[in-house]
Write a protein that binds this ligand. Structure first.
Ligand code: CA
Length: 324
């Protein structure tokens, strides 16, 4: 049965997690979460990384072909399956990393929307989610246990300027708006993928297109992408090796050599869903079985184009040499 689309607008980022906390508290599931925590690992997992730094700059050629878009839909907004044809293009093997985005900022002195909002409006900021189980250093006064709008949360300081945590160069860059992602793309000589291109590339790489979650879990139920294991938003067991984002390319590549198409961070597309929103794809480290099974190629989410969060990044596409 299809499930309704959640309301994830700018203001509701603060309320969704609170609602779930209240529900789970009433059900007494906190005890269950403590059990999860007892058996969780430390979430570091850096040793799992398989993509080399060189692969951060690589593109994979996607051949012309057709595929079933919106296959195995799970939520209302995903619509119905349909066969569509896609022209050839190239797509980045990994999500754009902080290191790559930093090169762009150094070269252009670009200022992101999240950085601008910190300067111009008291109520503005970028959305941050950090659970109490996240492996980051926080002081007592600024601990965040659900979504919050945080002034000073930027790609440089994903949890805000008051936190000691500084962006890892190899993690996907986050707190980027659509404008920010497009600016990087123009500088780097690429563009953002359409939803069609993104979903086609993700689908080609799935281990088993007959299983909706085959990009996130293997046939034994073990994670093969960075999502959330445990009861969202209370406890992330980190069974996949990471609580929060992971360095780009830390999980096995897809069948066609793409990393993190499923999970890690959502990715901007250049496909609008309204006058003020664009579609994001792929799910993130916050997608959990009990809340957001959007760790699938067909999943789609609308996102305010001038807004940013710590679980949305992007990757680029470009024309193939033969089509230039
Ligand atoms: Ca994870």
């Amino acid at each position: 049965m299809l499930q309704p689309k959640p309301d994830l607008t700018r203001t509701s980022y603060k309320t969704n997690a609170n609602t779930f906390l209240a529900q789970f508290s009433r059900l007494g599931i906190v005890c269950l979460c403590l059990a999860f925590q007892a058996c969780s690992n430390n979430g570091e997992g850096e040793q799992l990384c398989s993509a080399s730094l060189a692969e951060q700059d690589e593109y994979v050629t996607i051949p012309q072909g057709d595929f079933i878009m919106s296959a195995l839909p799970m939520y209302t907004e995903e619509g119905s399956p349909s066969r569509v044809t896609v022209q050839t293009f190239e797509i980045q093997a990994t999500e754009v990393s902080n290191s790559q985005f930093g090169e762009f900022v150094t070269a252009t002195s670009y200022v992101t929307d999240a950085e601008r909002s910190r300067q111009v409006a008291e109520e503005e900021g970028s959305a941050v989610f950090a659970s109490s189980s996240a492996d980051v250093t926080m002081d007592d006064e600024s601990t965040i246990d659900q979504w919050s709008l945080v002034k000073g949360a930027t790609w440089r300081k994903p949890l805000g300027s008051n936190h000691a945590f500084t962006a890892n160069p190899d993690h996907p860059t986050v707190h980027v708006s659509l404008r920010d992602a497009r600016a990087y793309a123009q500088w780097a000589g690429g563009r953002l993928p359409t939803e069609l291109e993104w979903e086609y590339a993700a689908s080609l790489g799935l281990p088993d297109t007959s299983r909706a979650d085959s990009g996130a879990y293997d046939t034994k139920g073990d994670p093969i992408a960075n999502t959330w294991q445990g009861v969202f938003p209370i406890i992330d067991s980190g069974k996949d090796g990471f609580k929060g984002s992971s360095p780009v390319g830390c999980f096995p590549p897809s069948k066609i050599g793409l990393y993190d198409m499923i999970g890690n961070v959502w990715e901007w597309t250049d496909t609008p869903s309204s006058q003020t929103t664009h579609l994001i794809k792929g799910g993130s480290f916050l997608c959990a079985n009990n809340f957001c099974k959007r760790y699938r190629a067909a999943a789609r989410q609308s996102q305010d184009i001038d807004f940013s969060t710590n679980h949305i990044g992007f990757r680029l596409v470009r024309a193939t040499d033969s089509s230039l």
